[in-house]
Design a protein around this ligand. Sequence first.
Ligand code: APR
Length: 180
Amino acid sequence: METKIGKTKLSLIQGDITLQKTEAIVNAANTSLLGGGGVDGAIHRAGGPKILEECKAIRAKQGGCPTGEAVITSGGNMKTKYVIHTVGPVWSGGNRGEEQLLRNAYYNSLDLAREKGIKSVSFPSISTGVYRFPIDKASRIALNTVKEFVQDHNFVEVRFTLFSERDLKAYEDASKEICR
Ligand code: APR
């Protein structure tokens, strides 16, 4: 599914984010930046040891990455040039600022991409796996945050790369409401 928001193409696809050829892909990391399972594990496996080395250099400088913030490394062995590592919130019922932290994760990833002059970015569905953020809420937060950001800052493409058909459908349903 594709729509245009200003000059930016917003695309929703089902696929593996490690194979995307956008200039940057976003990783749903954890605060340690030392890798993990899910999309974090897939990106470190596909990108190779260089990505972990760069993450360790960031840790040496600033410690890890606080929830909602974002840092950037190269894409290692992958086709993408950059990996933007962000940390989404763990869902604990919705009364601990999780929605704002998820918004921050998308916003800060896009802002870092803008700062680096990156014009195409692929996102996974941040926080909706191990971190158990309900996908009907998360998809609306994600799409609203992207929509607001690209209204002021042009990108060529923002691509949501959903791993399952169920996740793709959730984002398509949300997009029909938000990006019509
Ligand atoms: N490409 C695209 N999406 C993927 C891929 C992939 N290769 N692998 C998994 N996903 C999807 C999952 O299906 C889920 O929809 O990414 C989404 C986010 O799930 P997680 O990877 O579990 O991320 P999150 O819920 O944010 O939890 C982060 O999990 O892996 C650890 O180190 C990570 O501690 C951190 C936590």
